[in-house]
Design a protein. Structure first.
Lengths: 369, 331
């Protein structure tokens, strides 16, 4: 036991002495959360719109006001004719132009129908879709308001959409769990695989092997510091997402932390497995980054829903641990469900961890070669 | 060299006394190891007595490191058996590893840990403490103790070597294995290092050491000359030197390069090897007469000085190598 603690102490010294390791451990997660949370956002906020109002009556002014004051849009310009549309798009600040036809207000009152065009900048499809959706929603809302007193004799069904768990459809709800999933597996697997291959590369493994340390002591000694640090990382990310993005943990915090520990353990054992198959640090880094990051981002359901993927990707993703953890963490954090609903995923992660540790200990070479 | 030679008889006597116990620290029989098609070790058999300083002398690529890795249980031999400290090296490796101190050829300590931290780490890993065995390493460690807060990666070559030796010794091993400990270290540190090994004798530690420097052979009790994975000869350094079968002459001239070329052209000359500022020569008829002077003068080397000399380990090594090559060529 004293031997083991001596080994753990040495690992901590390595970590604290190397500011790059510390940066990767704590700097990257914080940066990722902030970047994903702020920059990579599916919400629109202050998108530029230009107005071409050919009617210029009380109703169009009211509607324009409603659109601009919604908080989603910001008026960039008031246009005078159609020719200006191309020019204003080329400037780049304007994402959409809203055009009211001639006699908009009068037609609406007398004929009950008037047309409004939304022209969006299609070079940014995502924003364009969002902008048109939001505008349409505002316009619909406006007509309903208007129709209330005026057209009370016609029948209309107005669907009222409500988003459960995430009423405002904030994208943080999706990114924070995703980033936790991505960061934990990346950092844990990368760090452990690099620290073990480093011993091989510097020749220190040779000395460690010719010592009474047992393989399991070496492996656990390597894993223990990163386990503790990664757990601190989880707390940091959760605190950050709560403070900065107001993202609460709906379910049991204890359950969430326990699941995180399981996931960290799984990632660490995966890292050890990577280190046993790679000959040097470069290989270990390559396998961890390319082999884990891309599949996690693309196939785990972090960004793209698995249900929409071709079946073959579905099968591939079913061997990816992050796929299960994402379900777990989303369930606990956002839906607030208990273990009852995620026991299957948890079980899969436990089995994966055991398999990884089993293979690593068996593959760990007690000699060179 | 001459000075070192004089120091030897006393050492020999001390060693002889221990030999009566006849306990073998290592007994190796028929060890072979292949890496792909190349034979790194070919039928290696030797035995090392307890508390002996045993040297493996040979050029780079002779198989020294491979052999040492087999002794340290890091590699398994393809063939043959090795018993170390009375234990089988393949089956009893766990017990063995507790009793071995190993200093690999490459500096293998943690460069980002300080001198002190390295030493403490190896002490704990072997289940002991620096204080417990301080006496054993005090002589070596005292040189680097003033720098104990310095990171190991920032030490000079000689200091790194001392730290590595301290770390290999800290658990008081019964067998100390040093793979080329003096390679890449300056001459003064090399000499100091051997002095330190000499002082370890009183602790009854068996020391196995490899080196490419022939002049270090004299510091060992016995040496094995190793070349191409084969042991050419095992004996005391004195007996190895005495095994040189011919008369040896040194030839000196200002034009060394031309001299060796000219010498090698002459069929009367058996071997001619450059040694520092002179050339070591053996003759077919084993006697020196004026004909060699005349031959050299006729080739335009008038300033040659030829003297009979005592053969060193390296001369014997080259002779054995030549013989070995002759055998393999015939085969």
């Amino acid at each position: 036991m004293k031997r083991f603690l001596g080994f753990v102490k040495k690992e901590f010294l390595h970590i604290f002495r190397d500011y790059r390791t510390l940066f990767i451990l704590f700097g990257i997660p914080v940066a990722q959360i902030l970047i994903f949370g702020f920059a990579v956002s599916n919400d629109i906020k202050n998108a530029g719109v230009a107005i071409l109002d050919l009617s210029h009556d009380e109703i169009t002014l009211k509607l324009t006001d409603k659109i601009i004051s919604s908080g989603f849009f910001k008026k960039t310009e008031t246009l005078l004719n159609y020719k200006d549309i191309d020019r204003v798009f080329k400037k780049g600040k304007t994402k959409a132009v809203i055009i009211f036809e001639n006699d908009f207000g009068r037609k609406l009152i007398s004929e009950g129908k008037a047309s409004l065009s939304i022209i969006a900048d299609g070079s940014e499809p995502n924003t364009a879709t969002l902008v048109t959706n939001y505008t349409t929603a505002i316009v619909n809302d406006f007509t309903t308001e208007l129709a209330g007193p005026v057209l009370n004799n016609s029948i209309r069904i107005s669907p009222e959409v409500k988003m459960f768990y995430n009423p405002n459809l904030k994208s943080h709800y999706m990114f924070v769990p995703g980033v936790v999933t991505l960061i934990l597996i990346l950092i844990c697997a990368l760090m452990t695989s690099v620290t073990i291959t480093r011993e091989k590369e510097f020749g220190t493994m040779e000395v460690l092997l010719v010592s009474p340390l047992r393989p399991i002591q070496i492996i656990l000694g390597k894993v223990m510091p990163y386990f503790i640090l990664s757990f601190i990382n989880v707390l940091l990310i959760l605190a950050l997402s709560w403070l900065v993005f107001d993202l609460p943990v709906k379910g049991s915090l204890i359950l969430l932390l326990a699941e995180c520990m399981l996931y960290i353990l799984m990632s660490l054992s995966l890292g050890i497995l990577i280190s046993t198959v790679s000959a040097n640090m470069q290989q270990a880094i390559f396998i961890s980054l390319i082999g884990l990051m891309l599949p996690t981002v693309l196939l785990s359901g972090f960004i793209f829903p698995i249900e929409n993927m071709p079946k073959i990707y579905d099968y591939i993703s079913s061997i990816l641990p992050p796929r299960y953890f994402i379900v777990i963490i989303k369930n606990i954090m956002i839906k607030g469900t208990g273990l009852m609903y995620i026991w299957k995923e948890t079980l899969i992660l436990i089995i994966m961890t055991l398999v990884f540790i089993g293979i690593s200990v068996r593959k760990f070479k007690i000699r060179l070669e | 060299m001459a000075l070192l030679n004089q120091g030897c008889p006393g050492k020999r006597f001390f060693q002889q006394k221990n030999n009566y116990q006849m306990v073998k620290a290592i007994e190796s029989s028929g060890i072979s190891k292949k890496f792909g098609p190349t034979k790194a070790l070919d039928n290696i058999s030797f035995s090392v007595n307890e508390s002996e300083v045993f040297g493996f002398i040979g050029p780079d690529g002779a198989g020294k490191t491979t052999l040492f890795r087999i002794i340290t249980t890091l590699l398994l031999p393809d063939e043959g058996k090795m018993s170390i400290l009375g234990m089988d090296s393949t089956t009893n490796y766990k017990e063995l590893r507790k009793n071995i101190g190993y200093m690999p050829g490459r500096f293998s300590l943690y460069q980002d840990l300080s001198v002190e931290e390295n030493l403490n780490f190896f002490a704990t890993v072997f289940g002991t403490s620096v204080e417990e065995n301080y006496e054993l390493i005090s002589d070596i460690y005292s040189h680097i103790e003033p720098f104990k807060k310095r990171l190991a990666g920032k030490l000079s070559g000689g200091m790194k070597q001392k730290l590595a030796l301290s770390c290999a010794l800290i658990h008081k091993p019964r067998l100390l294995i040093l793979d080329e400990p003096t390679t890449g270290v300056d001459a003064v540190s090399r000499s100091e290092f051997w002095d330190m090994l000499g002082k370890l004798r009183k602790y009854n530690i068996t020391i196995i050491v490899s080196t490419p420097y022939m002049d270090e052979a004299i510091r060992c009790d016995r040496v094995a000359l190793i070349q191409n994975g084969k042991i050419l000869s095992i004996d005391t350094p004195q007996k190895i030197k005495a095994g040189f079968s011919r008369k040896l002459f040194t030839v000196k001239s200002a034009e060394k390069y031309k001299l060796i070329k000219t010498l090698r052209k002459n069929p009367e000359i058996l071997t001619a090897y450059p040694f520092g500022d002179s050339i070591h020569v053996t003759l077919n008829n084993n006697t020196l007469d004026n004909s060699l002077y005349e031959y050299l003068a006729s080739e335009g080397i008038g300033d040659a000085i030829i003297m009979e000399a005592e053969a060193g380990i390296e001369d014997r090594f080259l002779e054995l190598m030549e013989k070995d090559n002759g055998i393999t060529n015939k085969a």
